[in-house]
Write a protein that binds this ligand. Sequence first.
Ligand code: ADP
Ligand code: MG
Length: 629
Amino acid sequence: MARIIELDPHVADLIAAGEVVERPSSVVKELMENAIDAGAAAMTVEIKNGGMSYIRVTDDGCGIAGEDVKTAFLRHATSKLRSERDLEAIGTLGFRGEALAAIASVSRVELTTRQRGEGEGVSLALEAGAAGERSPAGCPEGTTIIVRDLFFNTPARLKFMKTDRAEGAGVSAAVVSCALGRPDVSVKYIKDGKEERHTPGDGRAESCVYTLFGREFAGGLMKCSSSGDGVETSGFVSTPGAARGNRGHQYFFVNGRCVKSKLLQAALEQAYRNSLFTGRFPACVLYITMGAHLVDVNVHPAKTEVKFLYEKQVFDSVHYAALSALERGEGGAAAVVAGRPRPEADFRPAPQERETAAPYAAARGTPSPPREDQKFFRTVKADEFRKTDAARGGARGAAPGGVAWRASVDEATGAYGRPGEQLGIPAADESGDAELPGMARRAGYRVIGEALNTYIVAEREDALWLIDKHAAHERVHFDRLKAESGVVMSQALLSPVIREYGAQDAALLLENAEMLARLGFEIESFGGNAVAARAIPSDIDVGDAATALEEICEQLRSGGGADTESRRDAALRTVACKAAVKSGRRHDMRELEALAGRVFSGEVRYCPHGRPVAMEISASALDRGFKRK
Ligand code: ADP
Ligand code: MG
């Protein structure tokens, strides 16, 4: 590394000033960044008492020259920046020359370091910023900095520290984001004598994610990437099913620096617009790289915010990386790490419109996928339907085995109920003139039938499709309930459903009676902890009402701080689920058709809980399975 010099006061003034050392986590972050800038391949971070009494960071980086060790602790002394011009393209994590000075001024520091290729090292102790004499030291190449008794000389700041446990949690979070940013650097983290994490440093983001967050989190991620316009994005985004209740697991690294950015957050979240609900957030670990001159890192004291020269290009890069992963729907850093082929690799969640999965260049400019013509889902009348191939009960729908298109029309009355109604799909056009199977054919798919009373089997283009009827229903119900943004239709009960809920739950229900009323539940206290429901949403069975209320209680309890909108959404999900259970019986062909149509139009992709509603088995996967190829 270059000599450490004090910055020219003019350059120092250009630097975004601020307090770099607020708490133990900021000390750890700065020391880890220094180790990374020193080219370390491995480092150990150790803390005791949440970092308040002891922090040690040891690295195998380039070390500091003996004659420079004192300079390193001067304010605005750095080896990473020389002139104003250098500020325009910063390639290191640090550049202000402030951290060591700031840390040393509020603690007792011990530095031991040996430059690469030097026979001997040097050590230096400082107390409240005052340096002692440097002395020769026998030590390995690299640097160790120990920080003891943080804020011992600034009681006012000490007062603002939280418990050791809380500060320790802050340190752990800082270690995780630093380690995650550099999968090529092995990070060992020891907390109160116990090894908490140890990343392999093999340069593979998969293994880094896996060691830091564990199998379950890694298993919910999909690999993604995009490149173009001088911006590259790679990394992982979560499947909709693995979405979280907050943004705590969104990690963005810009040129290796962990940053908070509303722009990147929006780019990610907009990709999930059709697959997640209010209150659910995708997780991600995304590495965004671009020329150092295209990003300004000198805008925030803690260097956690950045400014992009070309915001749109950066937005698009992240947006399309996430979108194409969602379209592909492949997943599982865990599976990748384990190094075994995933048996379900050929089964992909329903795509929306294939064209959005086109290569980056082609996808540009079409951030919101077009929808197929909604009129497709119109309902036909019984007598019209009877004229069709389907109603004539035959194989003329050209299904293999002649099972397709057999409809359960009641021959005596010609009545079959409007599929739209049963599915909660508004029956669109009463004067329908269409022939359902024909329409389906024109739309490029064909429903073959229903399997295991659960899955709709369909064929589309070169693939076989299985659609989870319940999941798709749930989504249809949810969308409809949500669209009835005012009040959900309710059914008054002849005799109320009365149940003992436990003190806490009974109170919760009654407190939220107004929200519940808008969901179609009319409830009132029935003495003690008993609550009576006098009306329930019209879509759900009386027998499911009490369970639905219990589930809503559970959500209210766990989502305490959530806003009204997300509380309502969570409750709607429960109602939609119960409504879908109610309709969980055998369905006739047109109902299956209508549901499949919604899935193939891209309107229904994930159930309200984020599970996929459909799977695709490609013809080539089948051919491979049957060894035809
Ligand atoms: P900055 O990182 O902004 O340059 P710091 O105060 O964090 O400022 O560090 C001052 C200087 O000390 C750095 O520029 C670098 O030359 C040197 N230094 C600090 N930590 C290390 C380390 N772990 N290994 C090698 N050099 C280091
Ligand atoms: Mg630094």
